[in-house]
Design a protein around this ligand. Structure first.
Ligand SMILES: NC(=O)c1ccc[n+]([C@@H]2O[C@H](COP(=O)([O-])OP(=O)(O)OC[C@H]3O[C@@H](n4cnc5c(N)ncnc54)[C@H](OP(=O)(O)O)[C@@H]3O)[C@@H](O)[C@H]2O)c1
Length: 301
């Protein structure tokens, strides 16, 4: 049996990754979590760096898919030290343990390592994060490289999937805002400036499972990889796609073409070129509209 560990197994991405890997019959999959860590997963605060080696010594994984992170740009901007501890220093400690024990590491990174001015981005495109979160994800990549651990890096864009609550993803929070405004007749302004490539967490989970299978049964995967859906949508267009499921009057939606005046800068277009994984026969893409009714319906009262 191969021992696989998913960090952040309670997260938006970690949940489907845990399920996809658990479905492989020769893999024994464990998970770590923090606030939601119950009986199913090992509860650990990865920010307490000294706790990482003993936890890993106990779990003894042969591969780690490192999903745990602070991934909210606004929170990262307010707490750069805490973000650095989790996204960089904890990652470095995991990588150092992986190097020492020969464990293979897959690190989840982000399209926010780019500034969004020159899409599409290949894995070798120059990086230039615009905000603290993007910088921390890039520094996490660097920390792994510096450790010498055998590792792959998977950069992904904006994710959505089966959420536990609508605010859990920046995609489904749009639906929350629409439900709050439904029937009020009030106009709801939606960003129509930034181009996004919302990617289903179930698809990323399959990609990660395929990467691990490829690494173990075909050839080692030790580079930077990108995976992205190729449908381009602004938040306004996502809202339009939600309108019928939410029974929301599309006339209430107003496209806002001006660059957002966020305190935290966001890139305009970080389209990730996924051709490297495609050339290896790895990948799965679900059309955006396909899963939306399933994801949203349970939140409609
Ligand atoms: N979501 C996106 O749109 C997006 C886009 C690009 C890249 N990514 C990357 O994808 C990866 C997964 O993100 P996600 O969306 O699944 O994040 P998420 O939903 O916020 O989940 C974060 C996970 O990390 C765990 N965690 C948080 N703080 C921790 C701590 N101090 N110690 C141990 N575990 C801790 C959480 O556990 P508890 O919930 O149990 O506390 C949870 O399982 C991250 O690396 C993120 O940077 C995400």
């Amino acid at each position: 049996m191969r021992q696989v560990l998913i960090t952040g197994a309670t997260g938006l991405l970690g949940r489907p990754v845990f399920n996809a890997c658990s479905a492989v019959k020769d893999w024994q999959v464990s998970g770590t979590a923090f606030r939601r860590g119950g009986l199913a997963f090992t509860k650990v605060d990865l920010s307490a760096i000294e706790t990482i080696p003993p936890v890993l010594d106990t779990l003894r994984p042969e591969a780690i898919i490192h999903c745990a992170a602070e991934r909210r740009p606004d929170v990262s901007e307010k707490d750069p030290a805490g973000t650095r501890r989790l996204n960089v220093e904890a990652t470095a400690a995991i990588a150092s343990w992986a190097k020492r024990t020969g464990c293979y590491l897959i690190y989840i990174s982000s399209d926010y390592v780019f500034d969004g001015s020159h899409p599409p981005y290949t894995p070798s495109s120059p990086t230039c994060p615009l905000n603290t979160y993007g910088q921390s994800k890039l520094d996490g990549e660097e920390a792994i490289r510096a450790s010498g651990a055998m590792a792959a890096f998977l950069r992904v864009p904006l994710l959505y999937g089966n959420v536990e609550y609508l605010d859990e993803s920046s995609v489904t929070v749009i639906a929350q805002n629409m439900l709050n405004a439904r029937g009020s007749g009030k106009k709801l302004s939606m960003d129509h400036w930034a181009l996004r490539y919302p990617t289903l967490t179930d698809d990323v989970a399959v990609v990660l499972r395929q990467m691990l299978e490829h690494h173990w049964s075909k050839s080692p995967l030790t580079a930077i990889y990108h995976w992205s859906n190729n449908e381009v949508l602004t938040k306004y267009e996502m809202a339009m796609a939600f309108a019928s499921t939410l029974n929301f009057d599309p006339a209430q939606l107003v496209p806002d073409m001006t660059p957002p005046s966020h305190a935290v800068p966001r890139p305009k277009d970080c389209h990730l070129d996924s051709s490297l994984l495609e050339s290896l026969g790895i990948g799965q893409r679900t059309p955006f509209a396909q899963t939306i009714p399933d994801i949203l319906t349970k939140f409609i009262k």
